[in-house]
Design a protein around this ligand. Structure first.
Ligand SMILES: NC(=O)c1ccc[n+]([C@@H]2O[C@H](COP(=O)([O-])OP(=O)(O)OC[C@H]3O[C@@H](n4cnc5c(N)ncnc54)[C@H](O)[C@@H]3O)[C@@H](O)[C@H]2O)c1
Length: 357
């Protein structure tokens, strides 16, 4: 029912050229949705998911900055989306330390402008803002963070995502509680992995860059644990939430965690070793992290999504790494990346049907 729902729906995606946005666009266009993308210039990285899968040919899109309020509003008014997903952001922790101004201006004003465009749009019933697990004040404890826990990221990227949450909550209570307003929510995922991500300073892309360039991999913080999850798991959660917001409205507004099962909280070193199961040609060294910005422990509590959306992660740690590694190795051997993504989505959808969530 969920998948039929997206047929012919008009969906606006900011950040369509990025890793998660491009996977969502592939999935939505496979379901027959009419997708419109809005983000900065198309990526130069030839191996990016957007370029590898020719995502630009599967949707209509414009190059635009989310800080340009008038242009963003114009696109909402022209396209008249039923649902809008806001992925566009400066998304890298270390880039936030190099250039905090760029990070704050994109991630804060991007959020404000997204909600301003939504506020003026008469057609858009749902708006989802993608923030992060890093929005929480990190106590370095073993328990998963709940949606009601304290916000307060320390480094600029994490703080910008906490601020984006506060902005969303302010827009919700001030403008989006009235009967005919759009229904809005924020979504907090963990460390998302999957083929087609070639961003800097991320572990899995670094692993496959080392493979591609035949160079040694350097890892920071080998013992830090992270909620690793395959990109399809949170994307399914976002699509399900948008559907609920569209159909049943206000009661689904607010923040939602979409993390993996507890046993997917593995250390950096465990993930690298699991990747090496698929390609042991990559060797690594461990270096001390001088920035010391990344917390050692970070888990998400997903009880809210489990109980109120009947959502749960479909892919365990081993399956997540398998799909990811096979996807990268597929791309590096020049087999059709787009077909690989469709196979992964088919596999995920079959899993869902068999498990009858
Ligand atoms: N990848 C992860 O592990 C992860 C985890 C939690 C949350 N997130 C969040 O999910 C979202 C997507 O992440 P991703 O991994 O796909 O990131 P990405 O870096 O691959 O993509 C970012 C996208 O934002 C666009 N963008 C950046 N600045 C912009 C601007 N000023 N105007 C318009 N577009 C702009 C880029 O062009 C690109 O399309 C981000 O908000 C990120 O913070 C990602």
């Amino acid at each position: 029912m969920l998948f039929n729902f997206y047929k012919n729906k008009k969906i606006l995606v900011t950040g369509d050229t990025g890793f998660k946005g491009s996977w969502l666009c592939i999935w939505l266009s496979k379901l027959g949705a009419d997708v419109f993308g809005y983000s900065l210039n198309e990526p130069e990285e030839e191996y990016s998911n957007f370029n590898l899968c020719n995502v630009g040919e599967k949707l209509n899109r414009v190059d635009g900055d989310v800080r340009d309020l008038d242009f963003l509003k114009e696109q909402f008014n022209k396209f008249k989306p039923d649902i809008a997903f806001h992925f566009a952001a400066q998304s890298i922790v270390l880039d936030g330390i190099k250039d905090p101004h760029e990070t704050y201006s994109t991630n804060l004003m991007g959020t404000v402008n997204f909600f301003e465009a939504l506020r003026e749009s008469t057609n858009t019933k749902v708006g989802i803002n993608v923030t992060s697990d890093k929005c929480y004040f990190n106590n370095n404890w073993v328990w998963g963070y709940r949606e009601s826990d304290k916000l307060g990221g320390k480094d600029p990227y994490s703080a910008s995502k906490s601020a984006s949450e506060i902005i969303s909550s302010s827009y919700l209570s001030t403008f989006f509680e009235t009967k005919n307003s759009s229904n809005i929510a924020t979504v907090r995922a963990g460390n998302v992995i999957g083929a087609g991500d070639w961003s800097n300073f991320r572990l899995v892309p670094d692993f496959f860059k080392s493979k591609k360039n035949d160079s040694q991999l350097t890892i920071r913080n080998p013992d830090s644990t992270r909620p690793w999850q395959h990109v399809l798991d949170p994307l399914y959660g976002y699509m399900l939430l948008a559907y609920k917001l569209y159909k049943d409205g206000k009661k689904f507004q607010g923040p939602w965690n979409f993390g993996p099962l507890n046993n997917s909280n593995k250390s950096v070193k465990e993930l690298v070793e699991e990747l090496r199961f698929y390609d042991n040609s990559v060797n690594y060294i461990i270096k001390d992290d001088k920035t010391k910005v990344e917390a050692k422990l970070l888990n998400l509590d997903i009880s809210k999504a489990r109980n109120f959306l009947s959502w749960r992660p479909m892919l365990g740690f081993k399956e997540t790494v398998k799909l990811t590694a096979e996807g990268y190795l597929n791309d590096l051997s020049n087999k059709s990346p787009y077909q690989n993504r469709l196979r992964a989505i088919d596999y995920f959808e079959k899993n869902l049907n068999n498990n009858e969530i």
